[in-house]
Design a protein around this ligand. Structure first.
Ligand code: DC
Length: 223
């Protein structure tokens, strides 16, 4: 039985940091499912596809090649590596919109499941523990208020010298939260049996420790 650990939660809650940390420590494979939706969104923007044209989006999505090399995700579209182009607010906004479409979600179902490989998998997203890998032995769900998440993102972007406004970030996160939670297909929910970690008053080190303890207790590891 392949070991699977899922980490779900809303945008900007720190899933990426914790998932990368745990997959690194465990030396397991790592699936960042948001990157797959972002890749499709990037293609929608790049190819000027109408956002409601689900058939065209599906067709484009089939042309994206996802592969893993040295545990790193590579995303190729028409021979261009687009992995580094998908982390911006414009792509995130479109990703959030197209991900509510069941056909778009279906189009990457098999790709996501193909990450389930020995020696184990750390999978992060919105529906990892609830829909894609319900068999996971450890399910974590990270939460934080919108204000906390917006403050963290604000600091991150400022550090990278991006000019952003905090109220605009709060508005964006709020819209994304609403879409993620209210969509009919695989909405953001706390998976059954998940350990919920409220991160508002915790440092990254403290969140890592809670996650690590849970992993060690479940798998008998010592990370
Ligand atoms: O985690 P992220 O911000 O990179 O994800 C981008 C968008 O993709 C997010 O707004 C919702 C969507 N998404 C999803 O619907 N299901 C997932 N498992 C992961 C992401």
């Amino acid at each position: 039985m392949t070991k699977i650990l899922t980490i779900d939660g809303p945008s900007g809650v720190g899933k990426g940091t914790i998932s990368e940390y745990l997959s690194d420590k465990l030396k397991w494979n790592y699936l960042n499912s948001g990157a797959l939706y972002r890749a499709i969104a990037w293609v929608v923007i790049n190819d000027s596809i109408e956002i409601n044209d689900i058939l065209e989006i599906e067709k484009a999505s089939e042309k994206i090649l996802f592969s893993i090399e040295n545990k790193k995700l590579h995303i190729l579209y028409k021979n261009i590596e687009i992995g580094s182009l998908i982390y911006n607010e414009e792509v995130a906004k479109i990703a959030s919109k197209i991900s509510s479409e069941p056909k778009v979600r279906e189009s990457i179902l098999n790709v996501q499941r193909s990450f389930k490989k020995e020696p184990g998998l750390v999978a992060e997203g919105r529906d990892m523990g609830s829909v894609i890998f319900p068999e996971a032995q450890v399910k974590l769900f990270l939460t934080a208020t919108i204000e906390t998440r917006a403050q963290r993102r604000f600091k991150q972007l400022k550090d990278r010298k991006f000019n952003v406004s905090l109220p605009a970030l709060i508005k964006d996160l709020d819209a994304r939260d609403k879409r993620d939670k209210s969509r009919e297909s695989s909405p953001l929910v706390i998976p059954e049996g998940a350990l919920v970690i409220e991160t508002d008053d915790l440092s990254i080190i403290e969140v890592k420790k809670i996650a690590k303890d849970k992993v060690n207790k479940t798998y008998g590891t010592n990370i």
